[in-house]
Design a protein around this ligand. Structure first.
Ligand SMILES: NC(=O)c1ccc[n+]([C@@H]2O[C@H](COP(=O)([O-])OP(=O)(O)OC[C@H]3O[C@@H](n4cnc5c(N)ncnc54)[C@H](OP(=O)(O)O)[C@@H]3O)[C@@H](O)[C@H]2O)c1
Length: 364
């Protein structure tokens, strides 16, 4: 169990944004002992779809994840009420046939209330627009563990707290469901007041299509830590830096940017597709002996002992709450670093080369 009282921020701190200065490491309870036990995976047969057919889901936030959850739940026979402020997402919800209402009005309607708001704003919105409307017997659902893991939201007694975190973007949650498949998801129970919490999480995962691929049982802590680590070190950090550095190395040496892009960025998809479908060893069998030998001997010169030590430091920053604290401080200041990086990235030589390559390949 997470030490929620010790980690939680006060109302005043949240209002003033001082949550970012809170000691987010307190109350952490992670089992660091390595386990070789296979995780518990739930499939369609393990779930009770009608459980949600007779209930109303209040879905708060109609963005990337919210929209996919809302559409899949509705197509699975669940009554869905959207809580959404006016704007683009509100208009999208209306275009999709929903009748969105203000978040405080949606909360009391839900037997299951799903928070699909950005991690960095969810706690503010929770205090201001959600907490007062919650009642005993409801379930509160999260699509990522961040706010529970770091004690930013403390749900009231009597409310079940569950998570269904799809392992992929909202667009894929929706498109795989429509194809009759699904994306795997991690499910977890933080509080089980009714004795029904896990069944609710599983029914939600089933309505989402996740149990077609497998709903894997975990904790809010493990989901959050592994998700943040994976996106920082590999998916949204490490891979981008690697592609950019390799691209710049070739360009600095006088090679055409388009060729550099093709080799160091564009072709990554082909390799990743094979890894996704068949694994790393199968990928090695599909490439030339030259590529395999070159990769085997040069790869470890790129990911060195120093890189591995840095990975450990990054993991520790995730686990002790340092990253969460830094991200909330950045949000409080209006995300200046995020915005300047986005602006610079959009006009870079690498992006221009990417456009040229996509034109060449007729994909743009
Ligand atoms: N992106 C993904 O594919 C993905 C994958 C796995 C898990 N998740 C998790 O899903 C959750 C939601 O992320 P997301 O990427 O779906 O977010 P998103 O696309 O940015 O959507 C956020 C939604 O919340 C609304 N919102 C934002 N700030 C608000 C505020 N201050 N008050 C009221 N409403 C507000 C937005 O409305 P407006 O349009 O009016 O701003 C929008 O409908 C997060 O916990 C994230 O970690 C996301």
């Amino acid at each position: 169990m997470i030490g929620e009282k010790a980690m939680a921020t006060t109302d005043a701190e949240l209002r003033s944004g001082e949550a970012a200065n809170h000691d987010l490491s307190k109350g952490r309870s992670i089992n660091t002992e390595q386990s070789t036990m296979a995780p518990t995976v739930y499939r369609e047969k393990d779930t009770n779809l009608p459980l949600l057919r007779n209930t109303t889901v209040a879905l708060l936030g109609y963005g990337n994840q919210g929209r996919a959850h809302a559409l899949n739940l509705r197509d699975s026979g669940t009554r869905v009420t959207i809580g959404q402020r006016p704007g683009k997402s509100f208009d999208q919800a209306k275009a999709d046939g929903f009748r969105p209402i203000p978040i405080p009005d949606a909360v009391p309607k839900g037997d299951l209330v799903i928070i699909a708001l950005p991690d960095e704003t969810a706690a503010e919105v929770y205090k201001r627009e959600i907490a007062a409307g919650l009642r005993s017997g409801q379930a509160l659902g999260f699509v990522h563990g961040f706010n529970i893991r770091f004690g930013l939201i403390t749900p009231p007694d009597g409310v079940d707290v569950v998570m269904v975190a799809p392992k992929g973007p909202g667009s894929l949650v929706r498109s795989t469901y429509v194809e009759g498949k699904g994306l795997p998801a991690l499910i977890a129970v933080h509080k089980d007041n009714t004795g029904n919490a896990k069944r609710i999480a599983l029914a939600w995962a089933a309505c989402l299509g996740a149990t077609r691929a497998g709903a894997i049982e975990t904790t809010f802590e493990t989901e959050t830590d592994t998700d943040l680590f994976g996106e920082q070190v590999v998916l949204c950090g490490g891979v981008e830096e690697l592609m950019t550095a390799a691209f710049e190395t070739l360009v600095d040496a006088g090679y055409e940017p388009a060729f550099a892009y093709l080799e160091c960025v564009h072709e990554l998809k082909q390799i990743v597709d094979i890894v996704y479908a068949e694994g790393l060893s199968a990928m090695c069998k599909r490439i030339s002996n030259t590529a395999e030998y070159g990769g085997m001997t040069r790869g470890p010169r790129i990911v060195t002992d120093e890189t591995r030590a840095e990975m450990k430091r990054i993991l520790e920053e995730v686990r002790n709450g340092q990253f969460a604290k830094e991200w909330l401080a950045e949000h409080k200041e209006g995300t200046p670093k995020l915005r300047s990086t986005r602006d610079a990235g959009a006009t870079s030589l690498l992006e221009q080369a990417g456009k040229a390559v996509r034109r060449l390949m007729h994909t743009e």
